[in-house]
Design a protein around this ligand. Structure first.
Ligand SMILES: [Zn+2]
Length: 134
């Protein structure tokens, strides 16, 4: 507390300024009341897992890792929305990346499995049909 008249520091609860006698009613409180801090979330993990999910989803041979990372990203996004609402752009971007990563990851994994089956089939075809030079 400070006196509004002379600026002297006052004891909490005193009715008059001990320096100039200013009434306590005119005393102003200079201490700032700490702003009520809204809990602030950290949306970075949502974004990071989303990026990882999509990046791995596009990889082909390890697209299944993209599915896993995307699922983690979606979990983090849901957790974030639960706790802090959905106001962070990073979280929204991360969530959408995770969604895309999940879809791309599944498609790429299926394609990669088909590709492997195709190559195995092709290999088998050549093995059976290679001319015998004996
Ligand atoms: Zn005073």
């Amino acid at each position: 507390m400070y006196c509004s008249n002379c600026g002297a520091q006052l004891n909490e609860g005193s009715n008059f300024c001990h320096v100039c006698g200013q009434a306590a009613g005119a005393l102003i409180k200079k201490e700032k009341t700490p702003a009520v801090n809204e809990p602030k979330g950290n949306p970075t993990p949502v974004l990071v897992w989303g990026i990882l999910g999509l990046a791995f989803a596009l990889s082909g041979p390890i697209s299944f890792l993209g599915i896993i990372f995307s699922c983690i990203g979606r979990g983090k996004a849901a957790e974030y929305v639960d706790r802090y609402g959905d106001e962070s752009k990073q979280a929204t971007v991360g969530r959408n990346l995770s969604k895309a990563g999940l879809i791309v990851g599944i498609v790429m994994t299926v394609l990669f499995v088909l590709y492997c089956l195709f190559m195995v089939g092709l290999f088998g075809y050549f093995i059976r049909n290679i001319p015998n030079y004996r």
